[in-house]
Write a protein that binds this ligand. Structure first.
Ligand code: MLT
Length: 264
C-alpha cells in the first residue's frame, strides 16, 4: 500500500486486526525483513510494516535522513491510519528510530520492542567509517557493502546451515538504492545519544538480543535493560544480528508473549 507522508510516498503492508504493532526494519533492508513475523502474528494483532523513507518501495530524494525524520514519518503514518497508540518495534536502525519515537512522541506508544539495537550514539571512529562507506558507494555502488555486511549480520551457523536465509538477506540488501544507503548512513552517523531517555520510558519494553551478534553485542541490550523501569530481556542463543530471520520461530513466540497482555 502506498500513502503520501511528509512529501514522500511511503509504502507499507498492513495486515490483521486488533492491537497495532508497527515493525521498523534495520539497515540496509526493507519491510520484507519482517515477512515471518507478519505471517505468524497477523492472526493475533494488526501488523504494520513500512519501508522506511528511501528503502524498498518508498522512494525519497537523496539527503541525510535523521532518526527523528524517520520517526516523524511513522507518526504521520499513524495519524493517517487513525492509530492513536501502537506497540512500536525496531531492529537495529529500526530500534534507533523506535527510541526517537519514545523520546519525541511517548504518548503514541503502548509498548516498545528494541531488537538487536542500542541507545548510544556512534563513536568518532564509527562515524568516520560510515562516511567512508558512503563515499565509496558513490563510485563503487553498494555490492561491496552487501558482501561486507552479510558476514556481520548473520552468525556462522546461519551462514553455513541456512542457505535460504543467506540468499534472502543478500537479495534484500541488493534491492536497496545507493541514495537510501547514503541517506541512512549519514542519519545514523549523526544520531544523538538516547541513553538519557531510557529511565523515562513508562511503557513495557521488550529487549531482544542475539547471543552471537557481533555488530550490537548482548552487552548493549543489558545496559539498556538496567536503565529502563519496565524492561524485559530475551537473549536468542543461536543468532547473530538478524535474530528475527535467523531464529524466526523463537522470535515470534517471544513477540507473541509480549503482545498478548495488551489484548486483554
Ligand atoms: C542495522 O542493522 O540497522 C545496522 O547494523 C545498524 C548500524 O549500522 O548501526
Amino acid at each position: 500500500m502506498k500513502i503520501e507522508v511528509n512529501e514522500i510516498e511511503l509504502n507499507f503492508d498492513d495486515q490483521g486486526e486488533g492491537i497495532p504493532l508497527i515493525l521498523l526494519h534495520g539497515f540496509p533492508f526493507d519491510r520484507n525483513l519482517w515477512y515471518d513475523q507478519v505471517q505468524a502474528l497477523n492472526d493475533h494483532c494488526r501488523v504494520i510494516t513500512p519501508d522506511l523513507r528511501g528503502f524498498g518501495e518508498s522512494k525519497a530524494p537523496e539527503s541525510p535522513v535523521s532518526m527523528s525524520q524517520y520517526a516523524a514519518d511513522i507518526i504521520t503514518l499513524m495519524d493517517l491510519l487513525k492509530i492513536e497508540q501502537a506497540i512500536v518495534g525496531g531492529l537495529s536502525m529500526g530500534g534507533y528510530i523506535a527510541l526517537a519515537i519514545a523520546e519525541q512522541y511517548p504518548e503514541r506508544l503502548l509498548g516498545l520492542i528494541l531488537s538487536n539495537t542500542k541507545a548510544t550514539k556512534d563513536t568518532a571512529a564509527q562515524r568516520q567509517n560510515r562516511y567512508n562507506t558512503s563515499e565509496k558507494t558513490n563510485y563503487d555502488g553498494t555490492e561491496f557493502l552487501v558482501k561486507d555486511l552479510l558476514e556481520k549480520v548473520l552468525c556462522e551457523a546461519t551462514l553455513s546451515e541456512k542457505p535460504d536465509v543467506v540468499e534472502y538477506t543478500q537479495q534484500m540488501m541488493r534491492r536497496q538504492s545507493g541514495e537510501a544507503v547514503r541517506s541512512a548512513l549519514a542519519g545514523m552517523a549523526e544520531r544523538k545519544d538516547r541513553e538519557f531517555i531510557l529511565s523515562e520510558i513508562e511503557v513495557p519494553v521488550l529487549v531482544i538480543a542475539g547471543k552471537k551478534d557481533t555488530l550490537i553485542p548482548v552487552f548493549d541490550s543489558k545496559m539498556m535493560v538496567r536503565e529502563m523501569p519496565h524492561a524485559h530481556l530475551e537473549i536468542i542463543e543461536d543468532s547473530g544480528h538478524l535474530s528475527n530471520l535467523e531464529q524466526p520461530e523463537l522470535y515470534n513466540k517471544i513477540l507473541l508473549r509480549f503482545i498478548q497482555p495488551f489484548d486483554s
